[in-house]
Design a protein around this ligand. Structure first.
Ligand SMILES: [Zn+2]
Length: 339
């Protein structure tokens, strides 16, 4: 009986020192394990008389149960304390000011493409896209470019094979559209283009163009001028005037370049318009019958026009950017100015 008392005292003392689940388990093994104190006690009964065994066994089992109860309570307390500590550490201070969220901005090139495409969509155009890699037929022959046209030269265009190249202009998509779409149609075609230019302030080997193309019955130069004048006023402001100068492209006849009145000085003359009051914006013209004939379009019945404009040039003019390379460097300090 004395042994039971001292074992219980020892157990209580040790239990006080237990502060982790691992220590609790150690103590459990020490007391209740195969070689534990209580186990040894029960084993020592074998030499006792039947009466002694009965009493001793009962007392030991009671003490054992008491210890198990104390140990379980201790374990529970340890778990609760650990949980409380963790919750306290994870408490959120709802009064603390939030961290500012960093919003991205669309690249000025993307903004310009979306603005121009949006203006044409408002006029009823649909977006048509064609691949960056195209055949030399779609790129040159189908567009009525003679065999000797300088753009065909390997020093100007990136060739992947003799008959396949990276498109040097979105006009390649015109030939695809003519073969694919049913008439009449009006499309706007944005896309990336590639030319073997050495990068400088105004040239880049990769750049973006937007092509516009309309085919229908009774389409005239007046429709072309009306659509582009509307676009210019939307893009550069309602005061903007437009001017068409005769030009030459193989795939349009007649061809023209369009100037807009300088949006900076209103036409008086400044550094943006180099004193002329006008800024060249794009090339355009009535689609050459040869281009329509390639796709088997009845040129007696259908006419149309095509327009090509450089996105970088528009973006640089609109935002006052003086070096095209800034558009490709992905310097966030630069891009974030165009919110
Ligand atoms: Zn000006």
């Amino acid at each position: 009986m004395q042994d039971i008392k001292s074992i219980m005292e020892e157990a209580r003392e040790q239990l006080k020192k237990v502060s982790t689940s691992e220590e609790a388990e150690e103590l459990r093994v020490k007391m209740l394990g195969r070689k534990g104190k209580f186990t040894e006690m029960l084993r020592s009964m074998k030499d006792m008389s039947a009466e002694e065994k009965k009493q001793f066994g009962r007392e030991t089992n009671q003490a054992k149960a008491e210890f198990q109860q104390m140990l379980a309570e201790r374990k529970e307390a340890i778990v609760k304390k650990a949980k409380d500590t963790r919750l306290a550490a994870e408490t959120i201070d709802v009064t603390e000011p939030g961290r500012p969220v960093h919003y991205g901005v669309k690249h000025p090139i993307t903004q310009t493409i979306e603005e121009v495409v949006g203006i044409f969509e408002d006029m009823g155009y649909s977006v048509y896209e064609s691949p960056d890699i195209d055949t030399t037929f779609n790129t040159f022959d189908g567009l009525n470019a003679p065999e000797t046209h300088p753009a065909r030269d390997v020093t100007d265009t990136f060739y992947l094979s003799e008959k396949v190249c990276l498109r040097p202009h979105t006009s390649s998509g015109e030939v695809r559209a003519e073969k694919e779409l049913s008439l009449p149609y009006q499309i706007v075609l944005p896309g990336r283009c590639y030319r073997r230019d050495t990068p400088d302030a105004t040239h880049s080997p990769t750049f973006n163009q937007i092509e516009m193309m309309v085919i229908g019955e009774g389409i005239t130069m007046a429709d072309l001028k009306g659509s582009l004048d509307y676009m210019a006023k939307k893009l550069f402001g309602p005061e903007t005037r437009t001017k068409f100068r005769p030009h030459h492209f193989p795939f349009t006849e007649p061809s023209a370049e369009m100037d807009v009145s300088c949006f900076k000085c209103g036409g008086k003359g400044c550094s943006v318009c180099k004193g002329s009051g006008w800024i060249e914006i794009l090339g355009c013209g009535m689609t050459h019958p040869h281009v329509h004939q390639v796709a088997g379009i009845d040129t007696e019945k259908y006419t149309g026009f095509a327009v090509g404009m450089g996105v970088e040039r528009i973006a640089m003019l609109k935002y006052g950017i003086d070096d095209i390379r800034l558009l490709y460097e992905n310097d966030m300090r630069f891009i974030e100015q165009f919110k």
